[in-house]
Design a binder for this molecule. Sequence first.
Ligand code: PSU
Ligand code: MN
Length: 301
Amino acid sequence: MIRYSEEVKSALGKNQPVVALESTIISHGLPRPTNMEVAKEVEEIVRANGATPATIAIIDGEIHVGLESQFLDRVANDESILKASIRDLATITAKKLSAATTVAATSHIAHLAGISFFATGGLGGVHRGAQETWDESADLHSLAEIPVLVVSAGAKSILDVAATLERLESFSVPIVGYRTNRFPGFYLSDSGFDLEYRADSAAEIAEIWRARKMVATTKSGMVVANPVKNQMDKALHEKTLQEGLAASHKAGIKGKAVTPFLLEYFHSNTNGESLRVNIEIIKENSALAAQIAAADSNLNN
Ligand code: PSU
Ligand code: MN
């Protein structure tokens, strides 16, 4: 079912640290041609920090763990590429379609492949107005049900962050701040909410990940929340958010199109600021995920 790149196959075979990377961020989260450049740079960053990158996507019905260049090109440049969450996997593979994978679908596939560490930009969560729309990302459920550690810059600031944190608590998903006591706000370093726990090194996070075995909480995943260092201008963020939400209502955007619409709105209306921050987030998270994977592997040896 899974097609591994040579690099990933070799690393998994030798029990070396591997970091999963999602592809929706490439297809639906970043504009062309920056998306392809960033995807390649992020893989380099994972290697430079001691792990092997495994970018995950579905091409012509085949699940790829580790995307060779021609497939990465499809994800970055093919307009018809779909956005796959977990429920889409069977249909997309049976119909031999091509899709980028969200946090939820990437975690699912990473776990199937025996990969425990994963870097993304910002988590999906409870959308604003969810009391009416019931729009809540499958990312939350995946964290509850799949034992994969996800490094993110918090939940996307387009969301209802308070509700997202409550859901993560209900689902018993642990959250650890990396060198912070505040839950990060994706484009902003601080979402305005406290975190109970922090860790100041990758080794400390690897210890926490391991301790789940001792207390038998290994069924769920874990969030490592890594705040962006050079956040977006706060006033610009607030203005763009309000305008973007209004524009999405006006255009009647619904379901899985909401997140890509709002991210694109930011990228088109902040003079490159949101793009700069989003790229920084992905790079920093990938570096940290690789360091955690390497630290975990050290504990094993
Ligand atoms: N982080 C980013 N950009 C993105 C995403 C995350 O910096 O585009 C993607 C992830 O794939 C995540 C998805 O799973 O957005 C959430 O979509 P939804 O809200 O429809 O579940
Ligand atoms: Mn949704």
